[in-house]
Write a protein that binds this ligand. Structure first.
Ligand code: ATP
Length: 628
């Protein structure tokens, strides 16, 4: 078979060029991480080979010992990282190195500012990977051959990182990948045995494969052998007591493709009916693509220390998709496929166990390190809110972990737990009250809260998109039902005093003829018009029935093209309000109809809804203002 050896020069995808430029700038003060990133890729490549070789032994090409080698050449001013892992063919090189396929990349780049500090954080979230080589190198040569292909199918990729790369087909005797960094003029510090060793032990000690450097004799001369520099055993197989925090953190950066330290971790060996080890991490920050449904999940599955797959989504439910780490099973067969994973009792058991561990870790953090928990909640709270809907079995435990904004603080920060709320409930109060709105301000200023303010009853302010979904699945906590203040009849339990009841009755008596008139004027726009017990300052508000979706959500779904049945709300009016009293005095039917329309429209606006006839609203408003 003839081999296409031609050399071609290609442009980097625009995003790669931009990212490279900004990354080199942002990470300059932390440049030694390039080695960690290249070793991390080499280790992944070896893992993949070991897995593929399970079903095709020939891929090992008779050379089974997987190893990563790091060497340098003072004269040529190069550093070389070599692995005998899976390697890449020509197409894969072009696909993987030179393009960034992850969706959301463009948006991500637009957030980068050019400010070193800020960008370093952001780029950390993105995962710097192979391109970090260009922090210290002005030319990178990658030569690779995919396991199982013949030597003439090697590929060489060369780039100076400025916008172009070349690819050609070359001869490569050994399978795997060799990356040669031609160092920039002022990076000679890395051409040093001890410096490189130090970086490897600092960042890559936990890599479960040997990372070797050329050995030296007593005089420091090369002795032709390779010395293993790292511990080279899988971190998660070691007893907890023997692992330092720094080791845990370093390992996280490898499995989590993250740049920052994790927030917390839990490491467990499970024995008994099922045997497995899990090491699970909570990141400190949300990755840039947390909301991308197709994004990679973070759990790597191993079977008896052999890597089986990345992105084992069956091991973690979607609402915990931010968790990173490894699960290593002793019971699963090595030849497990994705299909088997989908309906496997062992997998289900490991998943249930891992979820418990993560929830337990979060519960401990919430109890003992509330500030840290707040950091977690601010990053991942909105994802956790998917929990009660997705994970019925654990919904009570998840409910304890939820945090909300509330009228107790009035702030938008979500700091109030349901337990805090229950502890502050008024005497006679039977429900946990909440309001949903499309922004915190809209929730905080909703007319529905007026009576609650007056009575000093706390209301949870829910303004995340996911909140409507959350409350449709979470109906109670600690024996108290959750109740929207904007839906259904108002039930304030026994918190209304006799005096208040009498005052309300008196006000209603004064304008009692008004209800049928307003209802007639609004015709089919309303289900009913009734007097309100909720309002003190506003003249009217919209009340939906228990099962209706909030107006702003209805709007959102309609905009997204969904066909929703028209719901007719109830209009509640405040009998004690001056505007209502004035309406009672209005004798002109046309003007009364305008008043009624205005009342309805402003109630819809206050609810975050949109008017069907905004111009009509403005016209009527102006007419009434100018009529004195
Ligand atoms: N030594 C290697 N052997 C085989 N394939 C490699 C090697 N290095 C990189 N690759 C391929 O190139 C891809 C891109 O690598 P890169 O380091 O940029 O990103 P990544 O490892 O996928 O993720 P991250 O950016 O989070 O590190 C890898 O996913 C892998 O497919």
């Amino acid at each position: 078979m003839s081999v296409d050896t031609h050399k071609e020069t290609r442009q980097f995808q625009t995003e790669v060029s931009q990212l490279l430029h900004l990354m080199i700038n942002a990470l300059y003060s932390n440049k030694e991480i390039f080695l960690r990133e290249l070793i991390s890729n080499a280790a992944d490549a070896c893992d993949k080979l070991r897995f593929e070789a399970l079903s095709d032994d020939a891929l090992m090409e008779g050379q089974g010992e997987l190893q990563i080698q790091v060497s340098f050449d003072k004269e040529a001013r190069t550093i070389t990282v070599r692995d005998n892992g899976i390697g890449m063919n020509r197409e894969e090189v072009i696909q993987n190195i030179g393009t960034i396929a992850r969706s959301g990349t463009r948006e991500f780049i637009s957030q980068l500012t050019g400010d070193q500090k800020k960008d370093a954080h952001l780029i950390g979230q993105f995962g710097v990977g192979f391109y970090s080589a260009f922090i210290v190198a002005d030319r990178v040569t990658l030569t690779t051959r995919r396991a199982g292909m013949t030597p003439e199918h090697g590929v060489r990729w060369v780039s100076d990182g400025s916008g172009e790369f070349s690819v050609e087909t070359v001869e490569k005797a050994e399978r795997g990948t060799e990356v040669v960094l031609h160092l920039k003029a002022d990076e000679d510090e890395f051409l040093d045995q001890w410096r490189l060793r130090h970086i490897i032990t600092r960042y890559s000690d936990h890599i479960p494969l040997p990372i070797a450097m050329p050995g030296t004799d007593d005089k420091g001369e090369p002795n032709g052998e390779w010395d293993t520099v790292n511990r080279a055993n899988a971190l998660w197989t070691r007893p907890r007591s023997e692992i330092t925090d720094d080791e845990y953190k370093a390992f996280y950066k490898h499995v989590g493709h993250d740049f920052e330290d994790p927030l917390a971790w839990t490491h467990n060996r499970v024995e008994g009916r099922q045997e497995y080890t899990s090491l699970l991490y909570i990141p400190t920050r949300a990755p840039f693509d947390l909301w991308d449904r197709d994004r990679r999940h973070g759990i790597k599955l191993y079977v008896q220390r052999v890597f089986i797959m990345d992105d084992a989504e069956h091991l973690m439910p979607t609402y915990l998709r931010f968790v990173r780490g490894v699960v290593d099973s002793s019971d699963l067969p090595l030849n497990i496929s994705r299909e088997i994973l989908q309906s496997n009792k062992l997998i289900d058991g490991m998943r249930a166990g891992s979820v418990k561990k993560v929830l337990g870790l979060l519960e401990d953090m919430a109890a003992n390190e509330p500030e840290k928990y707040q950091t977690f909640w601010d990053a991942f709270g909105r994802v956790m809110k998917e929990g009660p809907g997705e994970d019925y079995a654990n919904r009570e435990q998840i409910a304890r972990l939820l945090r909300f904004a509330s009228t107790h603080t009035g702030e938008s920060a979500q700091t109030v737990s349901l337990a805090d709320y229950v502890a502050r409930m008024k005497e006679g109060q039977q429900h946990i009250y909440y309001i949903t709105a499309d922004s915190h301000t809209a929730a905080l200023h909703s007319p529905h809260l007026e009576v609650f303010r007056k009575r000093g009853i706390e209301v949870l302010l829910l303004s995340d998109r996911v909140d409507e979904w959350l409350v449709s699945h979470l109906h109670e906590f600690d024996g108290k039902s959750l109740k929207s203040v904007a839906k259904g009849e108002l039930d304030l339990g026994d918190t209304e005093t006799e005096e208040e009841k009498q005052a309300q009755q008196a006000a209603e008596e004064k304008v009692k003829d008004l209800l049928p008139r307003i209802k007639a004027a609004l015709e089919e726009r309303v289900e009913d018009v009734r007097f309100s017990h909720r309002l003190t300052d506003s003249p009217a508000c919209i009340v939906l029935s228990e099962h209706d979706m909030a107006l702003y959500m209805q709007q959102l779904l309609k905009q997204a093209g969904q066909n929703l049945p028209d719901t007719r709300p109830v209009l509640e009016v405040n009998p004690a309000h001056r505007l209502i009293e004035r309406m009672g005095e209005e004798t002109d039917d046309a003007r009364f109809a305008d008043w009624a329309s205005l009342l309805m429209d402003q109630a819809i606006l206050a609810e975050g809804g949109q008017l069907e006839d905004p111009a009509g609203f403005v016209r009527r408003l102006n007419a009434l203002i100018t009529s004195g």
